[in-house]
Ligand binder design. Structure first.
Ligand SMILES: Nc1ncnc2c1ncn2[C@@H]1O[C@H](COP(=O)(O)OP(=O)(O)OP(=O)(O)O)[C@@H](O)[C@H]1O
Ligand SMILES: [Mg+2]
Length: 267
């Protein structure tokens, strides 16, 4: 049984279709990657699936719950790490976790232990009482994962989890994601601009282009589908999105500046 089922999902901003009749099924425990150029609609799709935005049309079931009619049930079942930073730098890691534990309704007598375990899981126990604005980008992303998994979600949505991280921090984020799948069979839906990340970490990938799904498959299938020998995932990405620079005249300053801002703050 699929854990995520998306049927013809569309999200329109005014006359602009950011997500255009997108369909997909994801299996439990799968690590699914969504690729696509800036402005393709990746974050919008993630926000619709996490109930932060309501769809214009189409349906999606997340862990069996309808994203339109059962928003609270969806929210209880998922974890979400947004593209931009979601932690408060003027608080400690522990204090950030405490806020989230209240938000998720963790009973008072369980909070301390649950937070301790979650911080230990992501390797942040020794810095729990340091201010977050003294953390490295990798540590901040780990704290966000700890927050997003405090309530043991069945599905974790990660919007560009490794943007702005150095190669070592990126690899350790991949290990953390694999560890979550191994230990809890967590299903992971992530977006990324890194082709090596997509290739090595993800079981399956979809490429989004102007809101539409233009390709889907395992990394190996996508590479084998190109009319060239020894194709790389870079080749696959370029193949399906090559007219992007020409056609994407409305590509907004806003998208680029938001991504750069997040990258700067994390690095
Ligand atoms: N709240 C909004 N109101 C109007 N337009 C929006 C809104 N959010 C996103 N858009 C537009 O929808 C399109 C898709 O944006 P989205 O942020 O989903 O892209 P993305 O694939 O996540 O890009 P990036 O790789 O830069 O993060 C863009 O054209 C963007 O300007
Ligand atoms: Mg985005």
């Amino acid at each position: 049984m699929s854990i995520v089922t998306i049927h013809e999902l569309t999200k329109q901003f005014g006359s602009h279709r950011a997500v255009d009749r997108f369909s997909l099924s994801i299996e439990p425990g799968e690590i699914f990657g969504l690729l696509g150029p800036n402005g393709a609609g990746k974050s919008t799709l993630v926000k619709v699936l996490t109930t932060l935005l309501s769809p214009t049309s189409g349906q999606a079931l997340v862990a069996g719950y309808d994203i339109r009619r059962q928003t609270v049930a969806v929210q209880r079942t998922i974890g979400y790490v947004p593209q931009s930073l979601s932690v408060d730098g003027t608080l400690t890691g522990y204090e950030n976790m405490l806020i989230i534990s209240k938000l998720y309704g963790v009973p008072r007598q369980q909070r301390l232990e649950r937070i301790r375990l979650a911080l230990h899981y992501v390797g942040l126990d020794s810095v729990a009482h340091r201010l977050v604005n003294t953390y490295s980008g990798g540590m901040i992303r780990r704290l966000e994962i700890a927050q997003a998994t405090l309530h043991h979600p069945a599905i974790l949505f990660l919007d560009e989890p490794t943007v702005g991280l150095d190669p070592v921090a990126r690899k350790s984020m991949w290990e953390l994601i694999l560890q979550l799948r191994h230990d809890h069979n967590t299903t992971v839906f992530l977006t990324t601009h890194f082709m090596d990340e997509a290739d090595e970490l993800c079981d399956r990938l979809a490429i989004l282009y102007h809101g539409q799904q233009v390709a889907i498959g395992t990394p190996a299938q996508l590479k084998a589908g190109l009319p060239m020998p020894n194709a790389t995932l870079d080749d696959v990405f370029i193949h399906y999105t090559q007219d992007y620079l020409v056609t994407n005249e409305e590509s907004s300053y806003h998208d680029t500046s938001a991504t750069r801002r997040a990258a700067r703050r994390l690095s």
